[in-house]
Design a protein around this ligand. Structure first.
Ligand SMILES: Nc1ncnc2c1ncn2[C@@H]1O[C@H](COP(=O)(O)OP(=O)(O)OP(=O)(O)O)[C@@H](O)[C@H]1O
Ligand SMILES: [Mg+2]
Length: 319
């Protein structure tokens, strides 16, 4: 059996298998009936999946097809949308096996609603089972990052003492910031705050509108350090970018410190999500005991993967 882990966020889909890791924008559009393209092979993957009776493009390719193509709207029903179904199916591009243990996560606030969790699980299984997923496990989203921090690649605890310590995970995503607190392995506090990096993107779109109309995706690329080009020429907008980052940081950090202070109550705080890459220095200053993984934006997906490996190992021992 092969483990496939997917962290499907509002901004980005992060997928991990034993041999590959993929990150792409959570953008999905129906494929045009007649896809006209230049007949030169660039080696780019086709990024197309069928769902229902329709073929869809996803990821960066979908993004390119229209300036207005957007990240999914912030909506409670995201996890039951066609976009989400296509992103689930897109994860299967990482595995050849038809014997897949699929691990994913739900926001903590949704996870604890037993009814929603069960119907979500059934829905996911219905979509993936015909393609080979035979087992599905859903974890609370930020718990992935916890497993990533405490388990090694074989799913074994790195340090048993570490497991008993009180710690917090702060997952700064595109639309949301999730906080979970664990003590002696129990999840003792959780909250999903509706604030994320998209605030900085919205600010940039607005502030730059007199110079160039940019999409949320283009704003997001500027935050990551890409240059703004107007008529093919680079334009320095670094001050506006810093102001956008600061605006989002002020809101997010205030909301986080209101809940967990500066981490004084914990042995360590694990900052994750793309926001932890963007605000690494500020987070390191805010929390004295900040533990960063080698790739915070992938921590949840890596953790789901390690969890899956652990379950398979346990299963084979029990057998
Ligand atoms: N490597 C990176 N460097 C800089 N910024 C990044 C990086 N990766 C992601 N980000 C920023 O962090 C934001 C959030 O990314 P992340 O993948 O955590 O969001 P998400 O999981 O899709 O969102 P949500 O958790 O709200 O559903 C991105 O929109 C991007 O602006
Ligand atoms: Mg996320």
């Amino acid at each position: 059996m092969e483990v496939l882990a997917a962290d499907i966020g509002y901004g980005f889909t992060k997928v991990v298998s034993a041999s590959r890791v993929r990150v792409y924008p959570s953008v999905v559009i129906p494929k045009l009936h007649t896809h006209i393209t230049v007949d030169i092979d660039t080696g780019e993957s086709p990024d197309i999946v069928s769902y229902g009776n329709t073929e869809y493009l996803y990821g960066s390719k979908a993004m390119r097809f229209g300036k207005k193509s957007q990240f999914p709207p912030r909506h409670r029903c995201f996890t039951q949308s066609n976009t989400y179904a296509v992103l689930l199916l897109s994860a299967l591009s990482l595995v050849r096996n038809r014997n897949v243990y699929f691990v994913t996560g739900l926001p903590v606030s949704v996870y604890e609603n037993e009814g929603i969790k069960t119907s979500y699980q059934e829905w996911v299984l219905n979509i993936l089972r015909p393609h080979g997923a035979i087992n599905i496990k859903v974890l609370p989203q930020a718990m992935g990052a916890y497993y990533d921090a405490v388990l090694d690649i074989q799913g074994k605890p790195i340090d048993k003492n570490l497991l008993m310590k009180k710690c917090a995970v702060v997952d700064i995503g595109y639309y949301t910031t999730d906080i979970v607190v664990l003590d002696h392995l129990d999840l003792i506090y959780r909250e999903t705050i509706p604030l994320g990096v998209s605030i900085a993107c919205e600010f940039l779109v607005q502030e730059l509108s007199s110079q160039k109309e940019i999409s949320m995706h283009e704003a997001e690329m500027l935050l990551r350090g890409e240059k703004l080009f107007i008529c093919g020429k680079p334009v320095d907008v670094s001050n506006t970018i810093e102001a956008a980052k600061d605006r989002a940081w002020n809101l997010i950090s205030t909301a986080v410190t209101d809940r967990i202070g500066r981490g004084e109550d914990f042995h360590f705080v694990i900052p994750v999500g793309g926001g932890a890459v963007l605000y690494r220095d500020k987070l390191a200053q805010l929390f004295k005991e900040a533990h960063f993984s080698h790739n915070p934006s992938l921590s949840n997906a890596y953790g789901y993967f390690k969890y899956g490996i652990r379950q398979i190992r346990k299963g084979s021992k029990d057998a």
